[in-house]
Structures are given as structure tokens and as C-alpha cells.
Design a protein around this ligand. Structure first.
Ligand code: HEC
Ligand code: HEC
Length: 456
């Protein structure tokens, strides 16, 4: 991995030097930003949606909290921490008007009114060990808690979607949101009064890390969308944008995709037993690489989608899009260039770079650590997720999150339970079965593979 990064850095600096020289020959010593630079700037500094809530909501929402909140004016730092803990947001690693990553100041173009909105990073911005990363899936987010509190504090009617957004923190139902929004548009994106009744029921899922996108030819957990599709990343604006506005924004989203393809995974920050990792590497290359790729010397990624009966993980997400939803989506502007594959196969075997930082594992986040993933008999069925991503909750032996294992309850009781710190594998789409490829490893071999995975 180091060699590869080095190679990339040097190619990059050569380009910058060459390009910079060219520009300075012309008299100005300014280096034009690359598409990826423009994409990062657009993603972190612009809001693409009209304000949803008033600006004051960031402070006013504390009146709903059970515990007394720190004063946002005299003690803004502690207030920010309490706010971030409650809704599962992380400090922004870029200038963001004092707001956590995922919230943005936004201006209504017609009225000039300012307010707040969420952006991609509410789901795609995370932290680990006190450091925030753009592109790390947010494993703490309580999306429904945030929406309910913000609507209530804004004096608005109770927030209602008609589907489950999340029963547990860190999971989110982006699939159903997109399915509902596209069902309200015609192929030319004009609005329909009666939605397409496509009958799809997506589950809540984990959020994939953006730094692996550069290896993928197809994206989303089911691998049915071409990774070059810019428009598929624009679906979240279907609530308000017109066809013309989408077309206008497409070049910006092409830049954003270039940025996503440039993100690198953070390196494992603790010591690694190099000898053990070398042993783990050969086991990995024998037993895992055919699906997950190789990461040394010449990295390769086979881009395989594994049939449901072979992978055996919870099938709900893969089966969620109905044929009617797919054909409707494929009839719209979004799919003109890259239609969604009409055939459902199963789940894409993801690249594993930075996998140390992306717990919990599998598409539904049902598995707290790599050790649990590679020994299916040890997986807990009901557990409490940690309250933060600080390293005190991180397990360097098993690699992933320390969770509090809870006694199983009946499926009925799990359904009624409103405690969103609890992950219950009996809920819709949250099963922790399947991917049993590590079960045959001896405990020593398993330890070696885990040590190797830390190096990716
Ligand atoms: C509400 C949370 C949420 C928001 C907001 C969101 N995403 Fe996502 N994103 C997800 C989830 C969840 C997935 C995985 C979906 C699946 O495959 O079922 C995903 C998948 C993706 C993927 C494919 C990744 C892969 O490896 O397969 C890309 C690219 C992406 N999102 C980009 C964006 C961009 C750009 C934005 C903002 C314009 C955005 N997302 C906003 C939750 C979100
Ligand atoms: C037959 C193909 C196949 C083999 C062999 C395989 N995997 Fe996987 N792996 C997958 C698929 C597919 C997924 C995604 C499943 C899902 O999310 O439901 C996955 C998921 C994972 C994940 C979770 C990634 C994440 O971000 O959540 C890890 C880690 C992983 N595999 C490691 C391994 C290791 C280590 C081995 C070898 C012992 C291995 N896999 C063998 C197909 C395979």
C-alpha cells in the first residue's frame, strides 16, 4: 500500500509541477485546481438544498434534551460536543460555520432566507479516535432522532416518512428515501401526483467508505450501478430540484465523483506485528483474495458480485428493489447513461482498504468486529453499540467496536424497543448470518488474517 501511495503521490506531484510550470510560463504562477480539488471544495463548502430549518435550531433543539445542555454562547465547545453526541455527528475537518460535519448553512435562492440543511456528510462523514474523515461512513448517526428533534424544535408538524429510517444508530435507510423520491417523478423528471407503486421495501444499512470507490466498477451493496454514474449520486436532491437544475449541477457532481475517487483510507494507528501479518497475508491470498482482491505490489480487485445463496448474508437489501422500481428508475434521466442492472445477483465483495476503521461490518453493520466476522459462532445477536468512536471503545485485538452483548429478547419485544443504541439482529434486514469463510480457520490463522487486515 505504501509503495502504491508513493507512486501516486509522485505522479501527482509531477503533474502539479508540470502543470504549474505551464501556467507560470503564461505569466501567472497559479495552479489550476483539479477536478478532484473542485469536487472537494463543492462538497465541503456548498449546500445543494434549500434550508430545511431555521438557523437558530442548532441551539434551540437543546430545550428538548433530558439533560441540561451546556450554554452554546458561553461554552460553545462543550455544547458542540453534547450536540454531536446526541445526534451522532462529528467535528468538521474543514471550515463549516462552527457546525458539525453533515449540517450546513444554506440560503434559499428565491427569498434569500438563511437556514440549516443536512448534506452528504451527515451519512458519509465519520470519525475514529477523535479524528474526523470525509468519506468514513457515519457509524454513530441517529438520523430519525435528528429529524424528529429538529422538526419539533422548529415548531413544525411531527416528522413522518411512512417507512423506517433507522431503528439503530449508525444505520440509515437511504435506499427507501431514494425509492420514494424517484417514484414521484416522471421519466423527464416532471412531478407525478400519484407515486409509482413499486412495492420496494429497503432496510436500514451501514454506510460504505468512499475511499474504496476508486477500485469499484460497480457501486452500491448490490453492485448494480456503474461506478462512473454521476447522476446516481444526485438522487438525494430529488425532493426539490427540477430537470434544468439537475442538468446545471451535473458538472459539479462529476467533480465531486472525481474527489470521491481520490480519497485515501487512513492508516492503522497502532503497532502491527509484522511477522504475523505476513503469515496472514498468505492465508488471505489463498482464501479471500479471489473475492476481495490483493493489496500489495500490483493491487487487483476482481469486482465480483456473489450470489445470495453463496454469501448467505441477510438477503433483504439485495432483494429490495422491485423490478418495477428498477424499470421506472431506468426510464428516467438518472439512468440515461448508466442504467441499473436489471438482474439481481447478490452482494458485491467490497475492497478492504481501511477496513480497520469501518466497523461494524457487512452491508447492514450487524457484526461488531473482524473476529466476529471470521468466526460466525461468536457473533452476538443483540448488543449495545458504543456511545462514541473514541479509541476507548475500540478493540485492537478483535479489530472493531467493543459492544455490550445483551440477552436476546423475542422478535416482538425487539420490534417494540425504542432504544436506538441497541442493535437487534431479529429486525428487518439486520440479520448477522452468512459470510462463513473464516469459520474453518484455526484461532492462530484467524489472528494472522486479522493482523494482515490491519495493514490494508
Ligand atoms: C441518508 C444518508 C446518506 C446521504 C445523505 C448520502 N448517502 Fe451516499 N450512501 C448512503 C448509503 C446507506 C449507501 C449504501 C446504499 C446501498 O447500497 O444500499 C450510500 C452509497 C453511496 C455511494 C456508493 C458507494 C459504494 O461504495 O458503493 C456513493 C458514491 C454515494 N453514496 C455518494 C453520496 C453523495 C455524493 C451524497 C451527497 C450528494 C450522498 N451519497 C448522500 C447514505 C447516504
Ligand atoms: C466468495 C467470495 C468471498 C470470499 C471467499 C470472502 N469474502 Fe469477504 N465478503 C464477500 C462479500 C460478498 C461481502 C459483503 C457481504 C455483505 O455485506 O452482505 C464480504 C464482506 C467482507 C468483509 C466486510 C467488509 C465491510 O466493510 O463490511 C470483510 C472484512 C471480509 N469480507 C473479509 C474476508 C476475509 C478475511 C475472507 C477470507 C477469510 C473473506 N472475506 C472471504 C465475499 C467473500
Amino acid at each position: 500500500m505504501n509503495l502504491r501511495i508513493l507512486a501516486r503521490i509522485s505522479v501527482f506531484s509531477l503533474l502539479v509541477v508540470a502543470f504549474g510550470a505551464q501556467v507560470s510560463l503564461g505569466g501567472t504562477a497559479v495552479v489550476e485546481p483539479s477536478a478532484a480539488d473542485r469536487g472537494r471544495e463543492a462538497l465541503t463548502s456548498r449546500s445543494f438544498l434549500k434550508p430545511e430549518w431555521s438557523l437558530e435550531i442548532y441551539e434551540r433543539v437543546a430545550s428538548l434534551w433530558e439533560d441540561k445542555a451546556p450554554d452554546p454562547n458561553t461554552d460553545p465547545e462543550r455544547y458542540a460536543l453534547a450536540f454531536a453526541r446526541r445526534y451522532g455527528l462529528h467535528p468538521a475537518p474543514f471550515p463549516n460555520d462552527g457546525l458539525p460535519m453533515g449540517l450546513k448553512r444554506s440560503t434559499d435562492p428565491t427569498t434569500g432566507r438563511q437556514g440549516l440543511q443536512v448534506d452528504c456528510l451527515v451519512c458519509h462523514g465519520g470519525s475514529i479516535g477523535g479524528q474526523s474523515f470525509v468519506g468514513l461512513g457515519n457509524s454513530q448517526l441517529d438520523m430519525i432522532g435528528l429529524y424528529q428533534d429538529f422538526f419539533q424544535a422548529d415548531g413544525r408538524p411531527i416528522f413522518f416518512t411512512g417507512f423506517t429510517v433507522n431503528t439503530v444508530r449508525g444505520a440509515v435507510n437511504a435506499g427507501q428515501m431514494a425509492a420514494v423520491l424517484i417514484s414521484l417523478r416522471k421519466p423527464d423528471l416532471s412531478r407525478r401526483l400519484i407515486p409509482v407503486l413499486h412495492g420496494s421495501k429497503f432496510p436500514e444499512t451501514d454506510v460504505p467508505a468512499w475511499w474504496n470507490i476508486k477500485y469499484k466498477e460497480t457501486t452500491y451493496y448490490d453492485g448494480r450501478t456503474d461506478a462512473r454514474s454521476v447522476r446516481s449520486n444526485m438522487q438525494f436532491m430529488l425532493g426539490e430540484k427540477s430537470r434544468e437544475q439537475f442538468e446545471e449541477l451535473e458538472p459539479t457532481f462529476a467533480d465531486i465523483l472525481a474527489y470521491l475517487n481520490s480519497i485515501e483510507a487512513p492508516e492503522y494507528p497502532f503497532p502491527i506485528d509484522a511477522e504475523l501479518a505476513v503469515r496472514g497475508r498468505s492465508i488471505f491470498e489463498n482464501q479471500c483474495a479471489k473475492c476481495h482482491g490483493t493489496y500489495v505490489d500490483e493491487p487487483s480487485y476482481p469486482n465480483l458480485i456473489i450470489e445470495l445463496d453463496r454469501i448467505g448474508t441477510d438477503p433483504v437489501r439485495a432483494l429490495a428493489p422491485s423490478d418495477l422500481l428498477v424499470s421506472h428508475y431506468n426510464s428516467t434521466w438518472f439512468a440515461e447513461e448508466y442504467p441499473v442492472d436489471e438482474l439481481m445477483t447478490g452482494y458485491q465483495a467490497p475492497p478492504l482498504e481501511g477496513v480497520w476503521a469501518t466497523a461494524p461490518y457487512l452491508h447492514n453493520g450487524s457484526i461488531p468486529t473482524l473476529e466476529h466476522l471470521l468466526d460466525s459462532s461468536s457473533r452476538p445477536d443483540r448488543f449495545r453499540r458504543p456511545p462514541s468512536t473514541d479509541f476507548e471503545h475500540y478493540d485492537t485485538d478483535r479489530v472493531g467496536w467493543r459492544v455490550e452483548v445483551l440477552e436476546p429478547v423475542s422478535a416482538e419485544a425487539a420490534k417494540r424497543d425504542r432504544d436506538r443504541s441497541i442493535f437487534d439482529t431479529s429486525r428487518y434486514g439486520l440479520g448477522n448470518q452468512g459470510h462463513t469463510f473464516g469459520d474453518a480457520l484455526s484461532p492462530d490463522e484467524r489472528r494472522a488474517v486479522i493482523e494482515y487486515l490491519k495493514t490494508l
